[in-house]
Write a new protein. Structure first.
Length: 136
């Protein structure tokens, strides 16, 4: 399954870098998270409203990262997110971080998020309207 790739721009700030002036590896997870959050938002699903109005949230269940080349201070990045797999209560995203103007990703990732009940943190089915939006 593949959803059309979604891209979100990210600028590398000083706070994102380590003492060597490159993006600290854990910050790639933040970049990927932002892209997934915005992927949901452009489809009409605000995470705060999903929790407060529907009692559901998404939690990262599994992450695989391939850090290929470093991003540096002031780089303009594009962070992609597309659905690679959909199960009853989870989505797996294929994601990449690419320096603007380049084709070869700096980082590739696969992130599985689980749909959970906000009160008990138990798995629950993906909402029908989200499934329908993914299928478009």
């Amino acid at each position: 399954m593949s959803d059309a790739a979604f891209n979100w721009p990210v600028r590398v700030y000083y706070e994102d870098t380590d003492s060597g002036g490159v993006v600290y590896y854990a910050n790639y997870l933040k970049f990927l998270e932002r892209a997934r959050t915005e992927w949901l938002r452009v489809r009409g699903f605000d995470q705060a409203r999903l929790a407060s109005e529907r009692g559901l949230l998404f939690a990262v269940r599994e992450v695989h990262l391939d850090l290929r080349r470093p991003a540096r201070l002031d780089d303009r990045l594009q962070v992609s997110a597309e659905v690679a797999e959909r199960r009853g209560a989870s989505l797996t995203f294929a994601q990449a971080v690419t320096r603007e103007g380049e084709d070869d990703p700096l980082c590739r990732g696969r992130v599985r998020v689980a749909c959970l009940d906000a009160d008990g943190f138990r798995p629950r089915p993906l909402p029908d309207d989200l499934v329908a939006e993914i299928a478009r």
